[in-house]
Write a protein that binds this ligand. Structure first.
Ligand code: ASP
Length: 718
């Protein structure tokens, strides 16, 4: 009996050691030396991951919209299929449908520009909190506080870019209103497509499987970064040459097994774990349901528009993908929040903290009304939420209005001194903005814009009495559906902003010149300009108030919980670590952490999104797995699941083994893990990657691109 108990204890300890290494945490590089990663399973010195004085793995990680990594000395980048998607779509036509058939360059000269794409590489970073906050003075209005901080950040950026020619400086807010870090980056601007599998592999399972486990998607693609012959970053030119990164990742073609230690380096976008219950309930009750409803409406209508003509469908692919991705993510979050009772739990934590504050005279004087004041801001946001949300989504949803509002704003902003402009219109950013608009124009399809504008105007007219947007009603000249229809017919008939040359010229015009243009969309933008300006000022005031309060909140939380925190994700480089690990989504259900080719075959119905290329079937039947079969499973692994802490922006991140070698490419999270952005759960927080063995198998056996495997250092003779 005793031996039996000892045995149970041993097994329990083993399970604890094996599985409880994962922890909440998207760690900034400055923190990783404190993590004792060697004890958790890392087999290389942590300095090989990040070393402020030397070469380390972080130089192999790039930001290509989301994350990617260098995997060869010649600038080859691996990322997700869905990260490269926009560029693949932009290069696709009905005749050359790279989304449907994939894209393959057999040699360098076949590689084509990944339009609109840049690769950002980190050079260095340092804390500049003191300098940024030196401009905050007691007695400042909240809007002025926000403006002063914004202005200071621009000063720092300008100074640093002058001191480091060719680099881009960016200041990231780590803790709201409290800590700021200056990053210096190199931006490579000539990025090309190398190999992209067809949709039936790269997007297998489509929206049905998105945010789901078990997963069987080959969500990867290869791109390459180019530079001028002298090695400097340059725009596309046929004379450019492949970039040689300081560091690239070694690949481990043998992959991983369940329980293995793994880590990710990447650029997680945004998390909100330090926010209050007021924020959570606003998201849960107001903002996310609004977005889900609005996006679903757009998806349904846009899908119908593209049903009959592939050329039209192609124009809309990225948009539908983006809308669906966010919509399903929000649905997942809403389910998860309810299931875990997240808002109520946060509120209970806050109540306990309030008791702690109230029990100490000093704390009470400093922080006594902190939570209450944060609550006030959210109460104010709730008052006009519907019209504020509509205004926010109006130019984002109607492309012509987006053009017009940008043109109109540019006319005003470009006339100010550089440092006083909104960031997008500063000299350092404006060329990119113009480029983005030109790319948008390629996907512009007037009938879609008309339908969307009509619907959003109808919704505007249904706003409750106190929230009506008078400027809209005035310019439309009535409140009925008929008035809207006449208005829409007129604006689309007369506007010329859908002509690239005119749009680009308009972006440089003064307000007077714009007035002369007599363009009805510009007139609409002009009518809405004061409304948008007023909203911006409101947002600045709210940010000013919240920045100050959130900074205090972190201070008091530190005193209350007696621990340090790491900042929420904010698009800066982070590390997360954990293990290949399954989970239980519901009672009596256990999900294994590795899927295989068998699952691809099982799921295949022959119909989108579960269609599989014939060649994959024959390779499977022949059991032609090359060197990429899992030794235990005796087949090719497809996707892996792990308990690491990721979010949007981590798409395309390298998944590395204990020796820092590439074993997968992160691309998604399980449905229950969509709540990750608000809170970590050891039971549910699971992320998904495509297994490197599937990447290599598809590239070699399906794509037939041995050259690429050789470039990756993989012996293809085996
Ligand atoms: N698939 C995700 C995205 O597209 C990545 C994640 O959020 O985990 O944002």
């Amino acid at each position: 009996m005793k031996i039996y108990r000892v045995f149970i204890l041993f097994i329990t300890l083993l399970v604890l050691v094996l599985f409880c290494v994962a922890d909440e945490g998207m760690w900034p590089m400055s923190e990783i030396s404190k993590l004792n990663l060697r004890d958790k399973g890392l087999e290389i010195p942590p300095e090989e991951i990040y070393n402020p004085d030397g070469l380390s793995l972080i130089y192999a990680v790039v930001n290509v919209g989301a994350t990617g990594s260098f995997v060869s000395p010649d600038g080859l980048i691996i990322t997700n299929h869905h990260v490269a998607y926009g560029s693949v779509q932009a290069a696709s036509t009905k005749e050359k449908d790279y989304i449907r058939h994939g894209f393959l360059a057999r040699n360098l000269s076949d590689e084509i520009p990944a339009q609109g794409r840049t690769a950002r590489i980190i050079d260095s970073f340092r804390d500049v909190s003191e300098e940024v906050l030196s401009v905050v003075e007691p007695g400042m209005s909240y809007a002025d506080r926000t403006k002063a901080v914004e202005r200071k950040i621009k000063d720092i950026v300008k100074r640093e870019e002058k001191q480091h020619p060719g680099k881009r400086a960016e200041v990231a807010e780590m803790f709201s209103g409290k800590t700021y870090v200056l990053f210096l980056y190199t931006y490579l601007r000539d990025i090309r497509l190398v190999y992209v599998p067809p949709r039936s592999i790269g997007e297998f399972g489509g929206e049905t499987d998105n945010w789901m486990w078990p997963r069987h998607t080959g969500d990867f693609s290869f791109m390459r970064a180019y530079v001028a012959p002298d090695g400097s970053p340059a725009d596309y030119s046929p004379d450019n040459v492949p970039f040689h990164p300081k560091k690239y990742l070694r690949i481990a073609p043998e992959g991983v097994r369940e329980g293995d230690f793994v880590f990710i380096l990447g650029y997680p976008g945004r998390t909100y774990r330090h926010r209050t219950s007021y924020f959570l309930s606003f998201e849960e009750e107001i903002r996310m349901p609004y977005v889900v409803d609005w996006y679903q409406w757009q998806i349904d209508i846009i899908q119908k528009i593209g049903e009959k003509d592939r050329g039209i469908a192609i124009k809309h692919l990225s948009r539908i993908k983006g809308l669906s991705n966010t919509m399903k993510n929000y649905r997942g979050k809403l389910v998860g929040m309810e299931r875990l009772d997240m808002t109520a739990k946060k509120r209970a934590e806050e109540e306990n903290m309030q008791k702690f504050i109230d029990a100490d005279g000093n704390l009470k004087a400093k922080y006594g009304d902190l939570l209450e004041k944060i609550g006030e801001v959210f109460r104010d946001m709730r008052q006009n939420a519907e019209s504020e949300l509509l205004l926010d989504y109006l130019p984002r949803s109607v492309i012509m209005l987006y053009f017009a509002t940008t043109v109109y704003e540019a006319a005003h902003e470009l006339r100010k001194p550089d440092l006083e402009r909104e960031s997008a219109y500063m000299d350092r950013n404006f060329p990119r903005l113009k480029q983005r608009l030109a790319l948008y124009l390629r996907n512009y399809f007037e009938p879609t814009d008309k339908i969307v504008l009509k619907e959003i105007l109808l919704r505007a007219f249904r706003l409750p009495e106190g929230q009506r947007i008078k400027a809209l009603e005035e310019i439309i000249g009535g409140r009925t559906e008929g008035d809207i229809e006449i208005f829409i017919k007129n604006v689309f008939e007369k506007s010329r902003l859908d002509k690239e040359a005119i749009l680009m010229k308009a972006l440089e015009m003064s307000p007077d010149e714009l007035y002369e243009m007599n363009d009805p969309f510009i007139q609409l933008a002009a009518a809405l300009y004061p409304v948008f300006q007023e909203q911006k000022e409101k947002d600045r005031t709210r940010k000013g108030i919240l920045d100050e309060l959130r900074a205090k909140l972190i201070d008091v939380k530190q005193e209350y919980l007696k621990k340090d925190f790491i900042p929420d994700a904010n698009g800066t480089l982070r590390l997360t670590y954990g293990r290949i690990r399954g989970y239980s989504p519901r009672d009596a259900v256990w999900y294994n952490p590795i899927t295989t080719l068998e699952g691809v075959i099982e799921k295949t119905t022959g119909k989108e999104p579960f269609d599989t290329p014939e060649k994959i079937f024959s390779l499977y039947k022949e059991r032609n797995f090359g060197r990429f079969a899992h030794p235990g499973l005796k087949t090719v692994p497809v996707c892996i699941l792990y308990d690491m802490d990721t979010t949007g922006g981590n798409s395309g991140s390298p998944v590395l083994n204990a020796r820092g070698e590439l074993i997968g490419v992160n691309f998604d999270r399980a449905y229950e893990a969509t709540i990750n952005d608000f809170g970590w759960s050891d039971s549910y927080s699971r992320s998904i990657g495509v297994d490197i063995r599937y990447v290599l198998w598809v590239t070699q056996k399906y794509g037939g691109v041995n050259t690429l495997l050789r470039e990756l250092g993989i012996d293809v003779s085996q």
